[in-house]
Design a protein around this ligand. Sequence first.
Ligand code: FES
Ligand code: FES
Length: 167
Amino acid sequence: MPEGTEHRRVTLTVNSQTYEVDIEPRRTLADVLRDQCGLTGTHLGCEQGVCGACTVLIDGSPARSCLLFAAGFENREITTVEGREHDPVLAKVQQVIIEEDALQCGFCTPGFVVLLTGLIHMDWKGDESDLAAAMSSNICRCTGYQGLMRAARRLLEPTADSTSDQV
Ligand code: FES
Ligand code: FES
């Protein structure tokens, strides 16, 4: 590490495993997960909080890891797309995504898997248009969202509304 750069030893809990990492305070959680924890399933797209590819769960709620400083997340439970052993809900979401053909290149897929897992953990309730709004937080450039919405409907069971054919 370059001389004069401030580093701090931080203990992160990711998918029920402990990682001790030496990091600069300005390192993002996404970079630390990928580069220092070896968890490259968390993807980086825009790095500006727009695309959702970097979504992880913090204490069960979805968060954009490209916008968070890793040093602030000691003593929090972080879940990434690799956490299927740690979180059976995440494993189920992965299975439904596969069954509904809800991916093409797969770049956005970890973000959607984690987003849907978080919505289930948060006991999401809503109608079709609420679900479309929730899913619009993440961007997919390949699938046209049809498979993703089929998977989301199976997992979250939205109530019907008049906009059900719009996404
Ligand atoms: S990489 Fe974080 S929101 Fe796009
Ligand atoms: S499957 Fe390619 S960006 Fe979503």
